[in-house]
Ligand binder design. Structure first.
Ligand code: TYD
Ligand code: MG
Length: 460
C-alpha cells in the first residue's frame, strides 16, 4: 500500500512546507499555502523509463575546463525564422522549452503552426484543452497541406502520453498545456503546484534521455506570472513569452531565459486569418505611412535583441480639466515617463505640472530600451508646443536626470537602419561620437549633449 502524505505548497513560488504557514518564507507572499496530497508510489511503474535511479548510479568526475571538448549542439532549424532567432538559431535536441502567454494571445496557434511546418519530421501535438476536431479545423485554417507528419493526441495523463510516445517515437513533442496534465504518481488536482512540477519533471527526463525537444505551453496568471509557477522556469532550458495587445495584430515572442542562446532576442509575428505570419522587417510596418507631419509624433531607433527597429513614439500633452493631472503610458514604463517629465520641468523650464500627459508606442508593442527617451522627450515638447517634428528625423539616446543626453549601445547599427529606411537626420549623444566615423554615412548625424540643445536645433 502506498502511503498517503500531504504537504503545504505556496501557490506562488512552489515552496513546500509540512505545516500551514501564513507567509511564505521564500517569496514573502501572504495566504498562498494550500494543502495538497502528495502520494508517491514506491514500487509502481516508473514515470519515465529510467525512473531516476539510473541517472543517480552514473558517477561524474570533475574535469578540467580546458579538457572538456565542446561540440556545437545539434539544432533543428525550422522554417519559422522568428522562432529560430528567439531560440538562438533553432531547436536544440533534448531541450525543454516553456512558452507562456495570456489566454487567447495565440500560443496554441504558434505551436500548431510549428507542428505543421517542420519538414519531414514526426511531431506529436498533445492537447488537453481542445478536441481533435477543433485542432483539425484550426490546422486547416493555418495550412491546407501539412509538411510534417503531425499527430494529434488528446490526453492529459502523462503515463498515457509516454505510452503513445513510445509507440510513435516522435522527433518533436508539443504539450498544450502543462496545467492540464496530471501524473498518477501525485494525488493533487491538475494545475496545482505539485502536479505541474511532477509532470514537468517527467517530461524533462523524457526530453533529456531521448534527446527529443519538448515544447510546453503554460498559462499566465493575472499578475503576469506563469501559473504553477516560478519553479517551472528553473526546470526548463528556455522560457519564451508570447505577448502583445489582443486588439492589435502584432505579437512578440520574447526569450526570458535561454540556456542555448541570448535571452534578449525577440521575434515578431502578425496575427492573420490564416495563422501567424513572420514579420522579418519590423521597422517598415511599425512606422505609419503619413505625408503630413503631426505634432507629438517622433521616431526612435531602438534595438530589440540584436535587431535594430524604428518605432513611432507618440505623446499628447493637454491642459488638465481636473486638479490632479493624468499621466498614462502604453508600451512604456510610467515611472520612467514621470522621470522624463520631471527633467523637462526642472532642467528645461517647461510647465508640465498641470498638464495631462499620454504616451503611446505605436503598434501595441512594449519597449524597454532606454534609447527611446530622447524621441519621447521630443514628442512631449512637440505636442506641448504644437510644433510637428519632420518625419525625416529620428532619435537614439537616453536622457539622464540632469537633462544630459547619454550614449546607447550599438549606435552604428541604429544609424545604418535609419539610413536604410530613408531618414535624413538622426540625433545621438555626444558620448556616442567616439570611434564613430560620421563621414561613412549619408544620413546627417546631429550630435547633442543636453536636452535644451536638441530643442533649439529642432524647434529653433
Ligand atoms: P489561440 O492560439 O487559441 O490562443 P491561446 O492558445 O494562447 O489561448 O489563439 C486565439 C486567437 O487567435 C483567437 O482569438 C483567434 C485568433 N486566430 C486568428 O486570428 N487567426 C488564426 O488563423 C487562428 C488559428 C487564430
Ligand atoms: Mg490554447
Amino acid at each position: 500500500m502506498a502511503k498517503t502524505k500531504s504537504s503545504y505548497f505556496c501557490q506562488s513560488c512552489g515552496y513546500e512546507s509540512p505545516k500551514w504557514l501564513g507567509k511564505c518564507p521564500a517569496c514573502q507572499q501572504w495566504n498562498t499555502f494550500v494543502e495538497e496530497v502528495v502520494e508517491k508510489k514506491s514500487n509502481g511503474v516508473p514515470d519515465w523509463k529510467s525512473a531516476g535511479s539510473a541517472s543517480l548510479s552514473r558517477v561524474n568526475k570533475p574535469s578540467k575546463v580546458q579538457e572538456i571538448v565542446y561540440t556545437e549542439e545539434h539544432r533543428l532549424v525550422t522554417p519559422d525564422k522568428e522562432l529560430n532567432r528567439v531560440l538562438g538559431g533553432g531547436i536544440v535536441g533534448g531541450s525543454l522549452v516553456l512558452i507562456g502567454g495570456e489566454p487567447g494571445i495565440g500560443k496554441s496557434t504558434l505551436m500548431l503552426q510549428l507542428a505543421l511546418i517542420v519538414p519531414k519530421l514526426k511531431v506529436l501535438y498533445v492537447s488537453g484543452e481542445e478536441s481533435e476536431q477543433q485542432i483539425k479545423l484550426r490546422a486547416e485554417r493555418i495550412l491546407a497541406k501539412p509538411m510534417s507528419d503531425c499527430y494529434i493526441l488528446t490526453e492529459t495523463s502523462t503515463q498515457n502520453i509516454f505510452k503513445q510516445i513510445e509507440l510513435l517515437e516522435p522527433n518533436l513533442v508539443i504539450i498544450d498545456s502543462i496545467q492540464t496534465l496530471h501524473s498518477s504518481h501525485i494525488e493533487s488536482t491538475p494545475g496545482s503546484v505539485s502536479q505541474v512540477r511532477e509532470c514537468t519533471a517527467e517530461l524533462l527526463r523524457f526530453a533529456k534521455e531521448s534527446s527529443t525537444p519538448v515544447f510546453l505551453i503554460g498559462h499566465i496568471t493575472k499578475d503576469g506570472m506563469i501559473a504553477g509557477p516560478k519553479i517551472l522556469e528553473h526546470m526548463v532550458d528556455t522560457v519564451l513569452q508570447f505577448e502583445g495587445d489582443r486588439h492589435h495584430v502584432y505579437r512578440i515572442l520574447r526569450a526570458i531565459k535561454n540556456r542555448f542562446g541570448s535571452a534578449s532576442e525577440l521575434g515578431i509575428y502578425e496575427m492573420e486569418g490564416t495563422g501567424l505570419r513572420e514579420v522579418s522587417n519590423p521597422s517598415e510596418i511599425l512606422l505609419s505611412q503619413r505625408e503630413e507631419p503631426l505634432s507629438g509624433v517622433t521616431i526612435s531607433a531602438t534595438m530589440e535583441g540584436m535587431r535594430p527597429m524604428l518605432i513611432e513614439t507618440q505623446a499628447l500633452v493637454s491642459t488638465s480639466p481636473y486638479g490632479t493631472p493624468q499621466r498614462s503610458a502604453t508600451g512604456f514604463d510610467t515611472r520612467r515617463m514621470n522621470m522624463l517629465l520631471a527633467v523637462l520641468e526642472k532642467r528645461c523650464g517647461f510647465k508640465l505640472g498641470a498638464k495631462d500627459v499620454f504616451l503611446n508606442i505605436a503598434g501595441g508593442i512594449r519597449v524597454e530600451d532606454p534609447s527611446i527617451d530622447l524621441g519621447l522627450v521630443a514628442a512631449i515638447i512637440s505636442s506641448h508646443e504644437d510644433i510637428p517634428v519632420s518625419y525625416k528625423i529620428c532619435f537614439a539616446a537616453e536622457v539622464g536626470l540632469s537633462g544630459e543626453i547619454r550614449a546607447v549601445t550599438r549606435i552604428e547599427q541604429r544609424i545604418a537602419e535609419a539610413q536604410k529606411l530613408g531618414f535624413e537626420q538622426i540625433f545621438i549623444s555626444k558620448y556616442n561620437k567616439k570611434g564613430l566615423d560620421v563621414s561613412k554615412y549619408q544620413i546627417e548625424i546631429k550630435i547633442v549633449s543636453k536636452v535644451e540643445e536638441m530643442f533649439s536645433l529642432l524647434f529653433g
